[in-house]
Design a protein around this ligand. Structure first.
Ligand code: ADP
Ligand code: PMP
Length: 296
């Protein structure tokens, strides 16, 4: 189906009853073999040419390794392919970080996945464990982003952090860094900081949505990370606000669903012809979070 002008092929990396923030969850974790079988089908038909690949939540190390093998092959098919990786591993609450996927995935992300990624979107905790360095100040955050660039990706966006905002405690900080070596050898560096008004609730799936939106907006603004991030954050802000208003009963009749991706302004039609392959799961449905809109 077509989302924001992208024709998207989806592959489940897990198939769960609900996201893992619930007390219980059941379902299947996809294996490397199952992924390979699907990829083989695409190859046999000669339809394995993609412009973008986006990966999200994964629980299986060999599945991740297979993703890397496939990315390498897809990059041979299309050297301009952009791989957007959301290294979904964990989060922090009240300053304490924790992993919600098996810990042995960290070295696979670090040594194999991040090096082939063009854009990564960790949260603060994920950025810190990938870089092996804490970020308590903005200066340290910039150092962490440089360490992540050195691992491979030319675009790093830290989707949320608890760094202090000059606007007060009701704002969360997101940071972005674009580091590009141009054909003539010059280094282009763009750093951005976004202060995002906090909604007093915990959302699940917003990181996934952020990454999907960033993919779409960096396509429109490939050399303007500020613009891409602003449009992404704008959509997120609209969605979390409408979601919370709905949950509090202020917006009757609103459906938290895939169609919500249409908010945030801009013209999202008519891009046509782009192929995007998304490896990730659908993060559940129903409930009062933004998750319904993350139907990669
Ligand atoms: N409580 C919130 N208030 C406002 N915006 C939020 C909130 N939680 C998430 N967001 C939005 O979602 C984006 C991703 O944040 P988050 O879900 O914390 O990332 P991650 O899943 O990577 O930890 C943020 O940049 C912000 O735009
Ligand atoms: C199945 C699944 N997918 C994705 C996520 C990531 O959610 P978020 O976008 O909020 O980082 C989670 C978080 N627990 C999850 O359980």
């Amino acid at each position: 189906y077509c989302v924001l002008g992208f024709e998207v092929d989806t592959v489940n990396s897990v198939q769960f009853s609900n996201h893992t923030g619930y007390d219980h969850w059941t379902g299947q974790v996809m294996t490397a073999n199952e992924l390979h079988t699907l990829y083989d089908g695409l190859k046999l038909n000669g339809v394995n040419r993609y412009d973008y690949v986006l990966t999200g939540y994964t629980r299986d190390a060999s599945f991740l390794e297979m993703v890397v093998d496939i990315i390498r092959e897809l990059k041979c098919q299309n050297p301009n392919l952009v791989y957007v990786c959301d290294p979904v591993m964990g989060d922090q609450r009240n300053g304490d970080g924790y992993m919600y996927v098996p810990e042995h995935l960290l070295p696979v992300y670090k040594e194999k996945v991040v090096p082939v990624a063009d854009i990564i979107t960790p949260n603060q905790y994920e950025a810190e464990i990938l870089a092996g360095k804490k970020m308590n100040t903005e200066k340290e955050a910039l150092e962490v982003m440089d360490l992540l660039h050195a691992m491979g990706p030319e675009t790093v966006v830290i989707t949320s952090s608890d760094l202090p905002s000059s606007l007060g405690k009701d704002y969360l900080i997101a940071l972005g860094s674009l580091r590009k070596i141009k054909a003539d050898g010059t280094l282009v560096k763009e750093r951005i900081r976004m202060e995002i008004p906090k909604v007093d609730a915990v959302f699940v799936g917003t990181g996934d949505l952020f990454t999907a939106m960033l993919l779409a907006w960096t396509h429109t603004h490939p050399n303007n990370l500020k613009m891409a991030c602003e449009k992404t954050a704008s959509a997120l802000q609209h969605i979390v606000r409408r979601t919370i208003n709905h949950a509090r009963g202020k917006e009757p009749g609103m459906w938290v669903g895939g169609g919500m991706l249409g908010w945030g302004g801009g013209t999202w039609d008519g891009w046509g012809g782009l192929h995007c392959w998304v490896v990730g799961c659908r993060v559940g449905w129903g409930g009062c979070s933004a998750e319904g809109s993350v139907r990669h």
